[in-house]
Structures are given as structure tokens and as C-alpha cells.
Design a protein around this ligand. Structure first.
Ligand SMILES: [Zn+2]
Length: 273
């Protein structure tokens, strides 16, 4: 009898494991299909003007992705910050923007987003192997951890959302790191479908990275921020910000780079303007 119970329990456990992905997919479809709250719609219009550039079909898809993101990823206020709908909607919209084209899930490895009122310092040692990317272009504005955590400074998030044409957006930047970190430590090459795609990506990115360093060494101005020359992971995150915020200039000045990003994100933001 105990043997029969064990067998039945094992059978139930195997069925639960087999059916889990189906249950998750159904649940996400239900969440994505919920009506998008009117208050969130108003917040999107006011807080994230970049969204109004998207074709109507992409706006609908973004709203569906946002609903899943907000249902699954806790956004936690730190240092006394109360997380409002304004904060949740702004972060979700910009975090989901890079997911609009390709089907790669809603950051499956991301566990939570921590939001600070402003510049923050995290008191812990950062080592080469810690998998943490800190961004201190103006202040410590964001961090992306390979262990499924993103940290953001709300004042930087709000500033980045309000100025979609300046090419700086800390949310897009940190979530580009998350995509890069999906397969392990960030190295500037997110998951690509084939070895040939990796070879082409590597050639184009290295060429652009070298040109940027050469330009910076000569003190010449240019579209890509000097911060991109920190390392290949920062290069990918910085050019991702430009790809969504200043796509026409990126496509005109760096066509090969734009084409690679367009292929990866499966999007053509230059056509949205
Ligand atoms: Zn970074």
C-alpha cells in the first residue's frame, strides 16, 4: 500500500512538473488580456512620451507585457521610497520596451527591482566575479545583478523617461544588462541564435568599439557616449539606449551597428519616427 501511495505521488509530481509551463503560459495570457487600467494609460502618456512613438499594435503589445511584468516582478521601494503607480508604470514600460520584438519571455531570471529615491550606494564588496554592473555616469543611477536583481534611482528613471530624445535612459540601460546577463556574466553579447550570428555581432561590435575609443583618444565629439568605452557590456547597454531614444541618428551614423541591434531586438525604431 505505501508503495502504491509513493507511486501515485510520484506520478502526480511528474504531471505537475510537465503541466507547469502550460499553467504559467495560460496565467500570463490571462494577465496580458486584462483591460489596461485607464489611470495607467494616463500615466503612460504623461510619464513615458517615448511610448507615443510606437505604432498602435506595438503599444498594445507593450501594455500586455507590462501587465505580466507588474504581476510577476516585485518593485520594492528602498530608503523610505513609497512605490506608487507612477513608479511602477514608468519602470515597467521602459523595461518592457526592449522585449517588444523578440519572444524571449519577461526577464525569466529577474526576481525583483529595487528603487531608491535618488543616488544610492550599496554597501557590499564588488568583485570581478560578483556579476554586478554598477553605473555611475552622473551618480550611482542603476545596477544590474546577474543574480536576478535590478537597482534603480527613481530621480534618474523619471528624468530618463521625460527626455526620450537625449539618448540616456537608465531603465533601458540596466535591462539591456539583464538581457546580456541572461546567459551568465555580461560580456556585451546577449543570446544569439547561431554561431554565425555571434561572429557577425562580435565583428561589428568590436569595430564600433575600436572606432569609439579612437575617436575619444582624438577628443572628437560623437553620438555614442564615452561611457560606452568602459567595456563591451557597457557598450551594448549604452548603444541600446541610443537605439530606442535616438534611432535615426544611430542608423545614419552607425548603420552596421543599428542593423545588428535591429536584428537582435527584432525592432526598427527609426521607422517609428
Ligand atoms: Zn551599465
Amino acid at each position: 500500500m505505501p508503495l502504491l501511495i509513493c507511486f501515485c505521488l510520484a506520478l502526480l509530481a511528474a504531471a505537475a512538473v510537465a503541466l507547469w509551463p502550460l499553467w504559467v503560459r495560460r496565467r500570463r495570457e490571462r494577465i496580458a488580456g486584462r483591460p489596461f487600467p485607464q489611470a495607467w494609460r494616463r500615466l503612460l502618456r504623461r510619464q513615458v512620451p517615448l511610448v507615443s512613438r510606437l505604432p498602435a499594435r506595438q503599444q498594445l503589445k507593450l501594455k500586455a507585457l507590462m501587465q505580466v511584468f507588474l504581476a510577476e516582478k516585485p518593485i520594492i521601494g528602498c530608503r523610505g521610497l513609497r512605490v506608487t503607480d507612477e513608479i511602477r508604470v514608468t519602470i515597467a514600460a521602459l523595461a518592457c520596451l526592449p522585449l517588444l520584438g523578440a519572444t524571449r519571455g519577461v526577464y525569466p531570471e529577474l526576481r525583483q527591482v529595487l528603487v531608491y529615491p535618488g543616488a544610492f550606494v550599496v554597501d557590499r564588496p564588488v568583485t570581478e566575479s560578483s556579476g554586478v554592473l554598477s553605473d555611475q555616469r552622473r551618480v550611482l543611477a542603476g545596477e544590474s545583478w546577474s543574480q536576478g536583481q535590478v537597482l534603480l534611482a527613481w530621480d534618474e528613471v523619471r528624468r530618463g523617461a521625460a527626455t526620450p530624445g537625449d539618448g540616456h535612459n537608465v531603465v533601458i540601460h540596466e535591462f539591456a544588462h539583464q538581457l546580456d546577463q541572461a546567459g551568465g556574466r555580461a560580456n556585451g553579447a546577449p543570446a544569439l541564435p547561431t554561431a554565425e550570428a555571434y561572429r557577425r555581432w562580435s565583428t561589428v561590435m568590436q569595430n564600433e568599439y575600436d572606432m569609439l575609443r579612437w575617436r575619444l583618444a582624438r577628443g572628437e565629439p560623437g553620438l555614442i557616449d564615452a561611457y560606452a568605452a568602459t567595456d563591451p557590456a557597457e557598450f551594448f547597454a549604452v548603444v541600446s539606449e541610443l537605439f530606442f531614444e535616438r534611432p535615426i541618428e544611430l542608423a545614419t551614423g552607425h548603420p552596421a551597428l543599428y542593423a545588428e541591434l535591429s536584428g537582435y531586438y527584432r525592432l526598427d525604431p527609426a521607422a517609428w519616427l
